[in-house]
Design a binder for this molecule. Structure first.
Ligand code: ATP
Ligand code: MG
Length: 569
């Protein structure tokens, strides 16, 4: 491709809302342009990278016997009413009406459509299993679209859905898809981990997320030092926390703690560790009051709590409701003497504590020397604690390390949630009807490309990993007024293309400074420069974007050298 006639316009303008490198760099390098919040035009350079990724995806999914089709973006409301999600999905679902007043939505995902398809075509266990995928545009009216393609409203996803006669068959496909995802992200040259993920309240089903390791990631992940356990913090469990030292059992007593609502203040005032304080949080869970006791230096994991309680709506209780539960203002709640009917859950982190400190359910007052089984007893012991780096890994596998990641893929065992709701059934060998077991497997195309940039850039621009680079080589003709340079560069361009190399030829009539800046910005892996001075010596300059070390190579050897570099990278 000749840059002079290509649609590639770099810019120095950085959008004011661009908080992360990939967003800034994709705009600056002429890959994307914003049309509206979270809605982007994908320019040719971006589309070429998408193509690289989707080629890898198609290749690897084929190995997992996953078959491509393509479903409509616009979906009738009636299918969503059948699954029950029309009322559950909330505002992320873009609802639209046609001229007849019939309701539709712009698909944020395709479980309903694919389930409807398969229930009409597939009848018998003999036709199962089936695994189907598409690469297609989704719309989710995200509350906070941001980070460019990372969290858009309109975005491209690869989504796959599998259908099975048995749980074992679902297991097999799930494993095959997990392996395919590992191969895909490896082939992209990304530093990633697959982690256990929250699968909501659907039950013990498996779910794994694929996380590209990046400081700007929106997800937090923990991994054991030996690598055998990795999970999203939403889901992560830990081994038992070490207990603070405890002496003889004391008798409990009240102490006045004026205006001390924060654990840190109370601990400092009473000269105890924060781990010796039991913090009690009052929640409104589908309008019932729930108290959660947890160690003072720890946070509640709302996802775990919500799953445990199996409720739709979980919020911290209002001041008024806290008073209802505790008879005191906010900040002095404790497990001793809560109002009748308040369900008291205690996190495992406070199970072995002796002589602990807690709110007295009276304003400006705490209790000290409190012991479980004596002053207080929870109705249930639970694990609702947020794991964090430094915690013991579960199963005694060392320590947990914490880092941030970008969720690029998510695979999920759905079980019969959709097939039951939508009567997607098959007949077994005896002619008996059963709902099919299902799996679903998502992978964000734009988000993965953005994540690749997030992991590969420097102050000057993108440093493309070769497998996802829009072109492999940037060929720069430095002095476009010099006939010799232009002639030689032209010849090299043609030879490279004949050899099947993807080359972008910067033949623009621009100053060398501009060309070099743009070269760094768009970040193609290999660069070849044809300039008047070196050409006099019969040489061209070749370098890699990653280390920018220049090698002078005889013109006659240049193409061979490039082919060699591409092979070695
Ligand atoms: P998130 O928690 O980031 O919102 P999700 O759990 O809603 O993601 P899924 O429904 O599992 O995502 O979608 C599958 C994949 O689609 C994700 O792993 C991600 O790569 C991509 N994806 C989801 N939402 C967006 C978005 N708003 N913009 C770009 N890609 C997205
Ligand atoms: Mg989402």
């Amino acid at each position: 491709m000749r840059w002079s006639s290509y649609y590639l316009f770099t810019t120095r303008e950085v959008p004011a809302d661009a908080e992360v490198a990939s967003h800034r760099l994709m705009v600056r390098s002429g890959m994307i342009r914003k049309l509206a919040a979270g809605i982007y035009t994908y320019l040719p350079l971006a589309l070429r990278s998408f193509g690289k990724l989707t080629d890898i995806v198609r290749r690897e999914l084929a190995k997992a016997d996953c078959i491509e089709l393509s479903m409509p973006a616009i979906q009738p409301a009636q299918l969503w009413q059948e699954s029950g999600r029309w009322s559950q999905y909330g505002k992320e679902l873009l609802r639209i009406e046609d001229r007849h007043g019939r309701e539709f939505c712009f698909g944020p995902t395709h479980e309903e459509v694919i389930t409807d398809l398969v229930r009409n075509d597939v009848r018998s266990y003999r036709q199962l299993p089936l695994n189907l995928f598409q690469i297609q545009t989704k719309f989710r009216d995200e509350i906070r679209p941001r980070f460019g393609l990372m969290r858009g409203r309109e975005f491209i996803m690869k989504d796959a859905y599998s259908f099975h006669a048995t749980e074992e068959s679902l297991d097999q496909s799930y494993k095959a898809m997990a392996a395919a995802y590992n191969r895909i992200f490896k082939a992209c040259g990304l530093d990633f981990v697959s982690v256990e993920a929250d699968s909501g309240t659907i039950g013990g089903s498996s779910s794994h997320e694929y996380m590209v390791v990046a400081a700007t990631g929106e997800s937090v992940v923990v991994r054991s030092s030996d690598g055998s356990y990795a999970a999203n913090v939403e889901k992560a469990v830990t081994g038992p926390l070490p207990l603070p030292a405890a002496g003889e059992e004391e008798t409990s007593r009240e102490v006045v703690t004026p205006a001390m609502t924060a654990v840190s203040d109370v601990a400092a005032f009473l000269e105890v560790e924060e781990a010796q304080v039991v913090k009690t949080l009052i929640y409104d869970a589908d309008e019932t009051l729930v108290a959660v006791a947890i160690r003072g230096d720890r946070e509640v994991n709302d996802v775990k709590l919500k799953n445990f309680l199996d409720v739709e709506d979980l919020v911290l209780a209002s001041e008024e409701r806290v008073r209802e539960a505790t008879g005191s203002p906010v900040g002095f709640a404790g497990p001793v003497g809560l109002a009748e009917g308040v369900r008291l859950l205690a996190d495992e982190s406070v199970r072995g504590l002796k002589n602990f400190v807690c709110g007295a359910n009276r304003g400006d007052t705490h209790l000290v020397g409190v012991n479980w089984g004596r002053e207080a007893e929870p109705s249930e012991w639970v694990d609702v604690r947020l794991a964090r780096g430094g915690d013991p890994a579960p199963g005694g596998q060392g320590e947990l390390e914490e880092f941030r990641g970008i969720e690029v893929g998510h695979i999920f065992k759905l079980g019969t949630k959709y097939s039951e709701a939508m009567s997607c059934n098959f007949l077994d060998e005896e002619g008996k009807s059963h709902p099919m077991a299902m799996g679903c497997y998502g992978l964000g195309i734009g988000r993965t490309i953005a994540a690749a940039i997030e992991q590969n850039y420097d102050d000057d621009g993108i440093i493309w990993p070769l497998p996802l680079a829009p072109f492999q080589v940037l060929l720069i003709a430095l002095n476009t007024n010099d006939e010799e340079v232009v002639g030689q560069a032209d010849a090299l361009y043609n030879t490279l293309r004949e050899k099947g190399v993807e080359v972008l030829f910067d033949d623009r009539n621009q100053r060398p400074g501009v060309k070099f800046k743009d070269a760094d910005l768009i970040g193609l892996p290999v660069r070849m420069v044809v300039g008047a001075r070196s050409l006099k010596e019969g040489q061209v300059e070749i370098s890699l974007r990653r280390d920018r070390e220049r090698q002078m190579v005889a013109v006659g050897d240049a193409v061979e050298r490039i082919l060699h570099l591409l092979e070695a990278s």
